[in-house]
Design a protein around this ligand. Structure first.
Ligand code: XMP
Length: 520
């Protein structure tokens, strides 16, 4: 079976905070690209990668520091177009015979305006139609002399060489960041670059589906594959794709840990077993999980207990299907990008996210990860390509530890039951008001306290609920969603009227940071 090839671009990462955005802009242009840290890209690697074009990202370093990050030497001799951004521009000039100066008094951070020179070039097609262009700068050092062969196409107040080009070699270098939102014509610049580099825009979900199916068949052969299904978009898309490739060699395991939302288990089971006809083990292990969690209130202990039990249950069922050699996971590209860290150490663990890491080695299994090259929105596009229903593809993310981390303090079956019903009313309200797709994630949490209320003529002493809704692009940062007062009061009233055991509702107005999305 031959692998289907597509044009590839490599982004050499010098540690910019926004390198991933370069990849986003390129993927939007149907260009396949990968990000690799500069210290992992040597001449041999680059030759083997055989990129059709190269981009140097920005980065926090200075070309003057000892051991300053440098690209591999061969990159300038491969005859492929290069685009250097910010530090990428400086390093390019430094390597090719130009000069960089320290930025005393000439640093630029934030919005700036670039004016065109007399010299026009196709890399700027669509630029300067309405005068100067807004760009986003973030640099200390700057280029003070361009390398031989380069021309200046644009200047800003503090960057006389804001846009430079060497058309013979198709080397382009800019001081600003075209990948960010605040450079409105930035996407056009990338479009021009990939056009000049000869990309066909062949990275489509249809092509990806075909390629992924070939690769799965080739990797798995006649062996059995097992896939842990959480009911989330990633594992579902992975399972459906793998099933399309190898049919009933795939078995899915859906573990009901007693921490799922109202009706969730039934929905997942019916979709996979009845609609997609994928062999599915529905493991109802709620007693096992809930008994183990009795009396546990520490969030990390909850996560670890759930993770450990999940592995145990999964292992038990994997054995029952007669020796699967492969484990399928819905790992995404942001999880595998190895970014350059200048902080000098591992980052602090805020929460130990639950996954099945460690399982493949322990069970002697190999991984099948057909979504490893995709971003979240590309997984959704692939889901649409595979015919998954729109309401399923657009589902809000749901954490592995489930309702356990939406029930701060001790978990009881009574609290879980109240929480499930209240959450269903809240989500129903959001859907009725057509707000679901504007929100990244919305859920109710049951607080570890009871409060006094009055209903009818009687005193109540019931649980308080927190409602949470956030907007976000990747879950890393988030803003709380600005519901109207009418929406909030209508929702609070409905929850208190419809769910026995709740007499007070709060709305969480914390963004992330300083909060996190989940309460634990
Ligand atoms: P936080 O609460 O860290 O959440 O701001 C960011 C995103 O991750 C989800 N989340 C988890 N997902 N296992 C998961 O699979 C976990 O332990 C976990 N904790 C948080 C959360 O729902 C949000 O989408």
């Amino acid at each position: 079976m031959t692998k289907i090839a597509h044009d590839r671009l490599i982004i050499i990462d010098f540690g910019s905070q926004v390198t991933q955005l370069i990849a986003r802009r390129l993927r939007e242009l149907n260009v396949y690209c990968e990000i690799h840290p500069f210290n992992k890209v040597d001449d041999a690697f680059l030759r083997a990668f055989a990129p059709k074009a190269v981009i140097f990202s920005g980065g926090p370093a200075s070309v003057f520091t000892d051991g300053a990050p440098m690209p591999p030497k061969v990159v300038f001799d491969m005859g492929v177009p290069i685009l250097g951004i910010c530090y990428g521009q400086q390093v390019m000039m430094h390597c090719l015979g130009g000069k960089v100066e320290r930025g005393h008094g000439t640093a630029e951070f934030g919005r700036a305006y670039v004016a065109p020179t007399e010299d026009r070039d196709p890399i700027l097609s669509g630029w300067f139609e309405d005068g100067n262009e807004q760009v986003w700068m973030s640099h200390g050092d700057h280029v003070s002399e361009i390398a031989p062969g380069f021309r200046v196409l644009g200047t800003s107040h503090n960057a006389p060489f804001a846009i430079t080009a060497d058309n013979k070699r198709h080397f382009y270098a800019v001081q600003f960041h075209p990948e960010v939102h605040h450079t409105p014509k930035g996407a056009k610049l990338y479009e021009n670059f990939v056009k000049l580099a000869g990309f066909q825009g062949d990275w489509t979900m249809g092509a990806y589906r075909e390629k992924a199916i070939c690769n799965i068949r080739e990797q798995v052969g006649a062996e059995k594959v097992i896939c842990g299904l959480s009911g989330g978009v990633d594992s579902s898309v992975a399972a459906i794709l793998i099933h399309e490739a190898i049919g009933d060699q795939l078995t899915c395991v859906f573990v009901d840990n007693g921490l799922l939302r109202l009706g969730e288990a039934e929905q997942v089971v019916s979709m996979f077993r009845d609609t997609y006809k994928i062999p599915l083990i529905h493991a109802d292990e709620s007693d096992l999980f809930l008994n183990a969690l009795e009396g546990v209130s520490d969030p990390e202990v909850k996560r670890k207990t759930i993770g450990r039990l999940f592995i145990e249950v999964f292992e038990k069922h994997a054995k029952s299907i007669g020796g699967a050699k492969f484990l399928a996971q819905g790992t995404l590209y942001p999880d595998v990008i190895e970014s350059v860290s200048f902080s000098g150490g591992p980052s602090v663990t805020i929460k130990s996210h639950h996954n099945v890491g460690g399982l493949p080695e322990k069970m002697g299994m190999r991984l099948v990860e057909p979504l490893r090259e995709l971003f979240k929105d590309e997984v959704r596009a692939l889901g649409r390509e595979l015919g998954l229903p729109a309401h399923f593809i657009g589902r809000h993310p749901f954490p592995g530890p489930g309702l356990a981390i939406r029930c701060p303090g001790e978990i009881t079956r009574e609290k879980l039951d109240i929480l499930r019903r209240a959450d269903a009313v809240y989500i129903d309200q959001i859907r009725k008001h057509r707000l679901y797709d504007e929100i990244w994630q919305a859920f109710a949490a049951i607080l570890p306290m009871k409060t006094v209320g009055v209903m009818g003529d009687g005193r109540t002493y019931d649980y308080a609920l927190a409602l949470r809704a956030v907007t976000s692009v990747d879950g890393m940062t988030a803003d709380y969603y600005p519901f109207t007062h009418d929406f909030l009061s209508e929702t609070a009233t409905r929850i208190i009227n419809e769910v026995r055991g709740v007499n007070r509702v709060f709305y969480d107005c914390t963004s992330k940071p300083p909060g996190t999305i989940e309460l634990e």
